[in-house]
Design a protein around this ligand. Sequence first.
Ligand code: SF4
Ligand code: SF4
Length: 282
Amino acid sequence: MILAIASGKGGTGKTTVAVNLARVLDRPLQLLDCDVEEPNDHLFLPGETISEEIVTIPVPEVDESLCDGCGECGRFCAYHAIVSCGAKPLVFADMCHGCGGCMLVCPKQALREIPKRIGVIEKRKSGDIALLTGRLDVGQAMAPPLIRAVKERLAPSLPAILDAPPGTSCPVIVTMRGADFILLVTEPTPFGLHDLSLTVDMVRELHIPFGVLVNRVGSGDDRVHVFCRQKGIPILLEIPDDRRIAEAYSRGKLIVEALPEYRNLFIKLAEKLLADQSCKGG
Ligand code: SF4
Ligand code: SF4
């Protein structure tokens, strides 16, 4: 069972939900922090770092003695990362996605792959939780290849929670693909509703069942609830607007440990999503 936790906007409490769900499930589980530009699951899950692995992508390098300037590589590259205007091509490595396509289409075999570092994957053990954290290097823009590398290390025999980046762009889609269920975390505000509605459209395109968790209930209005009711989207959990939760978060504490009265809520949700595997969403 692979559960992805996502939110259209940052700051809705997605990380809080991911780490608390992971902690209450009383069995070995994997937590993959795919928010590679700003991973912070590890701040709430103390433990030993077991390994750190460098992740690279293959970018092309031109052998000028073989290249005849035909331009096939530049015409192929959808990302404009290699450009040839009747001369030897220029490679813009920071824009390259490492797909390898230009090397395949080059008729002169004038391109070879060189590895370019984009980030690291840290593996940590925190109790029963195997935490995999993808961390993009400062200045790197290629989150999707690093997220894919994190997901490639997922062990299929164990349940997994994927903490997705915020937003509705490529890194989120790469995280969600292959998930069995998506939990969308939102808040009852106009901004929350706007971004939830964009995320719902995206998730429906992916044909993955999903449900909603409304955080900070009582802080805004009922438009998110009305939206979910009208669209037939199940609200699986509501967390009240409780100042003590924000205080626990700011101290790097888990809600289920700092405020035990919330533990049962998370246990029920975790059992429903990760153990029962029969949850049918929107
Ligand atoms: S496709 Fe190959 S031969 Fe043609 S411009 Fe690119 S590197 Fe040179
Ligand atoms: S490897 Fe892919 S993304 Fe990179 S320059 Fe070649 S075609 Fe473009």
